[in-house]
Design a protein around this ligand. Structure first.
Ligand SMILES: Cc1cc2nc3c(=O)[nH]c(=O)nc-3n(C[C@H](O)[C@H](O)[C@H](O)COP(=O)(O)OP(=O)(O)OC[C@H]3O[C@@H](n4cnc5c(N)ncnc54)[C@H](O)[C@@H]3O)c2cc1C
Ligand code: FES
Length: 277
């Protein structure tokens, strides 16, 4: 566990590690009976043949994943999936990460910096103890802003403080890229709409196959139907139908809650508490 409820998962997957680009994801199953869990790739090592994901324990499947121990094997890991982040020389780019998105925005910030951009990083969390990898952003970022709900680090509040950050810069950023929970992405997009700053979000709808076949990840962007797994997961945040997106994400909420209560841990490695075999 990195910080409460947030886990680091390093998977030996040489083929994925050899091809992955910033912004892509994998679909993992913790065990043979497990659900397919889409996870963004936060780091990779092409020489070692490993990929790293950071996941938040929110329900039954991520709970099972959290019970795995070093050396265990996941049943399947498919990827890299989705389109890579468009990296170009934009000028100044604000990279915003919250929750698991602090991890997944990291390779994006790194690639943007390598392409000659001036990177400004914004890390958002409920409290200072939930912010991780902060040091990794230091060499990449011209400036780092922290926003915490309780004010324990940086600015107090939530992403509504973004407008102040933008106004504190010598000139408006040329692009904003935001990764993390739906609330963070939707509110960032809302805040930047009137400012006319291109805002890219990394959508996280419910997914099954991740290859454009099942249609579960359907989202409406710019009035058109898109499949997040093959057309995204990155989209222009100003064009996303957030109301529909939120309601589709909640579609299986009661089943998920029921399953989460009923489910027994299934891996051999569950040792104690909820992980007991
Ligand atoms: C492209 C993409 C990248 C993602 N990257 C990460 C990541 O790096 N780290 C991370 O912690 N989470 C990530 N997610 C979300 C993660 O997949 C879900 O939190 C996880 O599947 C929840 O499973 P669960 O059974 O533990 O929770 P559940 O009890 O099933 O659900 C808890 C919440 O997760 C949502 N959810 C459930 N199943 C899925 C699914 N198959 N796909 C998407 N959302 C789902 C539900 O709507 C609900 O809000 C990503 C999702 C997508 C689509
Ligand atoms: S997850 Fe099935 S179409 Fe995208």
């Amino acid at each position: 566990m990195m910080v409460p409820n947030m886990h680091l998962l390093v998977i030996e997957a040489p083929e994925i590690a050899s091809k992955v680009k910033a912004g892509q994801f994998v679909i993992v199953r913790a065990n043979d009976e497990g659900e397919r869990i889409p996870l963004s790739i936060a780091e990779w090592d092409r020489e070692q043949g490993t990929i790293t994901t950071i996941f938040m324990e929110v329900g039954a499947s991520t709970g099972t994943l959290a019970c795995l121990e070093k050396g265990d094997t996941v049943a399947t890991c498919v990827g890299p999936l989705g389109n890579a982040t468009e990296i170009a020389h934009y000028g100044t780019v604000i990279c915003i990460g919250g929750c698991y998105g602090i991890g997944s925005i990291y390779p994006v910030a790194r690639e943007l910096k390598a392409a000659g951009n001036r990177v400004i990083t914004v890390l958002e969390a409920r409290s200072s103890y939930l912010i991780y990898w902060a040091k990794k952003f230091v060499p990449l970022s011209e400036k780092i802003f922290n926003i915490t709900r309780d004010g324990s680090l940086g600015m107090k509040g939530h992403i509504n403080r973004l407008t102040e950050i933008i106004h504190s810069l010598p000139k408006p950023p040329d692009r904003i890229i935001v990764n993390g929970c739906t609330y963070l992405m939707a509110h960032t997009s809302e805040a930047t709409r009137d400012l006319g700053i291109t805002t890219v979000v990394n959508l996280n709808p419910i997914m099954i196959d991740g290859t454009g076949m099942c249609g579960v990840c359907r989202v409406t962007v710019g009035g058109q139907m898109k499949f997040a797994c093959v057309d995204g997961p990155e989209f222009n945040g100003h064009e996303v139908d957030w109301k529909e997106f939120l309601s589709r994400r909640k579609a299986y909420m009661s089943e998920e809650t029921l399953f989460s209560r009923r489910s027994e841990p299934k891996t051999e490695t569950h040792k104690e508490g909820k992980c007991q075999a």
